[in-house]
Design a protein around this ligand. Structure first.
Ligand SMILES: [Zn+2]
Length: 190
């Protein structure tokens, strides 16, 4: 009987558990953000479909599309205005890594220009059959008063209106939690 119940439940559990592992499905409008505070280091890792930042995800084919990529890179230039920890925490952006699928590097030069250490690269042009592409970003702040980092204002929604939701995982010393941000509720608090 026990074995029978196990056999009944196991496939269901497998279905429920598997999608949460590894890379989440690519869903336009939704991004994932992992936030971790460790000592003075505050790191944010963003994983998002390009469609949240551009009206297309393939390599740009027209001047209009190339200009759109340049304009996006320009909006990503001052990252401290998009991720805002409390002033009292005295945080400064130390390094930025941005990796874009499908977009030529020369159009992305403006992105993240304000960080002392930055790397903006493009993944091999690897348009899949559906033509989807992603942006992966890592942003590291160093904070002189990390105990004052009790919230982070995420201003990506205003800059990029196609973004509707950010699923956040927060790792703090000794605890973890999840949160969901939307344009109406865009400050991460703990
Ligand atoms: Zn897509």
């Amino acid at each position: 009987m026990k074995r029978c119940i196990f056999a009944l439940f196991f496939p269901v559990l497998g279905l429920l558990v598997l999608p949460a592992r590894g890379h989440d499905p690519h869903e336009h409008g939704v991004a994932r953000l992992d936030v971790a505070l460790e000592g003075r280091r505050l790191s944010l890792e963003l994983d998002s479909p390009l469609a949240n930042f551009l009206s297309f995800e393939h390599a740009p084919r027209t001047d209009t599309q190339r200009n759109e990529v340049r304009a996006m890179a320009e909006k990503l230039r001052e990252l401290e205005t998009l991720f805002v920890p409390p002033k009292a925490a005295l945080c400064r952006l130390e390094s930025v890594e941005l990796e874009f699928d499908n977009l030529p590097e020369d159009l992305l030069a403006a992105a993240a220009a304000s960080a002392p250490k930055r790397s903006v690269k493009t993944d091999d042009i690897k348009e899949n059959a559906e033509g989807h592409g992603e942006l992966e970003g890592e942003f590291i702040f160093v904070c002189d008063k990390p105990e004052a980092v009790t919230q982070i204002e995420i201003r990506l929604f205003k800059a990029f209106p196609a973004l509707r939701e950010i699923a956040v995982q927060i790792a703090l010393p000794g605890r973890q939690r999840a949160a969901e941000l939307t344009p109406e509720s865009s400050t991460l608090k703990w």
